[in-house]
Design a protein around this ligand. Structure first.
Ligand SMILES: C[S@@+](CC[C@H](N)C(=O)[O-])C[C@H]1O[C@@H](n2cnc3c(N)ncnc32)[C@H](O)[C@@H]1O
Length: 228
């Protein structure tokens, strides 16, 4: 079984789930927020679990999965949300949940390897990615599109994200990377930042017990910027 396999094949995997008093569609091969804590911690880090307006007018959510974060941001008042994902099922899942919650006018989707599917002049007040922060050897072959939710072979996508994301923000926009210091390679991420001349600043952190062994995991919200 692959690292992520059980999330997809488990017999009790539902077609819809309820979180935050709302029902959500869940397609096959899409990262399921019910089995992992990172979506919930992401919402917390973005201040989307407490009432109040969203801090930014536009957001690019890289790797939107089911679209839950896109929809919650739109419902909190974000006027323009783009959900991008390399996984075509995730793109469709984001579209379905935006429609289900009446925010299709605010949430659009792109099937995209990172920024490849954006128009050249698109800019965002915030770019957020709950990333596939688990390192894998560079020659790892994906067995399914779902695996993209967890693994980044050789941290190739993380390197590109650090390099390219700051170019897609509005003038005072922010790039926020959700990462785990216990599951991901944080020293490796800092090395990539040095190589790509980016600065990293940890703006939020949370430690929780998760997984079948209930081990402690630390999650971070890291602001990525171009000091130049
Ligand atoms: C940990 S999941 C997060 C899903 C969702 N945002 C959530 O919090 O529930 C990471 C997502 O990033 C997507 N992803 C991985 N590599 C990508 C890439 N190169 N370009 C775009 N999306 C990517 C995966 O397909 C997956 O949907």
């Amino acid at each position: 079984m692959t690292l992520s396999g059980n999330d997809v094949t488990r017999e009790d995997r539902p077609r819809t789930f309820v979180l935050y008093d709302k029902e959500w569609d869940l397609l096959d091969e899409v990262f399921a927020p019910i089995y992992r804590p990172s979506t919930n911690v992401s919402l917390d880090f973005l201040d989307l679990l407490t009432p109040g307006p969203f801090k930014w007018d536009s957001m690019l959510e890289m790797g939107s999965g089911t679209g839950l974060i896109c929809v919650m941001a739109a419902l909190a008042g974000c006027e323009r949300v783009v959900g991008a994902d390399i996984n075509p099922y995730a793109v469709e899942n984001t579209r379905l949940n935006a429609e289900r919650h009446g925010v299709s006018g605010r949430v659009t989707t792109r099937q995209s390897d990172l920024f490849d599917g954006l128009a050249e002049d698109e800019r965002f007040d915030v770019i957020f990615w709950n990333s596939n922060f688990i390192w894998a050897p560079g020659d790892h072959k994906f067995e399914s599109v779902h695996e993209h939710a967890f693994l980044d072979p050789g941290y190739v996508a993380h390197r590109r994200f650090l390099e390219e994301a700051p170019k897609w923000t509005t003038e005072n926009g922010s790039v926020l990377l959700f990462f785990s210091s216990t599951k991901g390679d944080l020293p490796g991420l800092y090395r990539l930042a040095e190589e790509t001349r980016r600065s990293l600043r940890i703006v939020r952190r949370q430690t929780i017990q998760d997984g079948t062994d209930m081990a402690e995991s630390e999650y971070l919200l890291i602001e990525v910027s171009d000091p130049a």
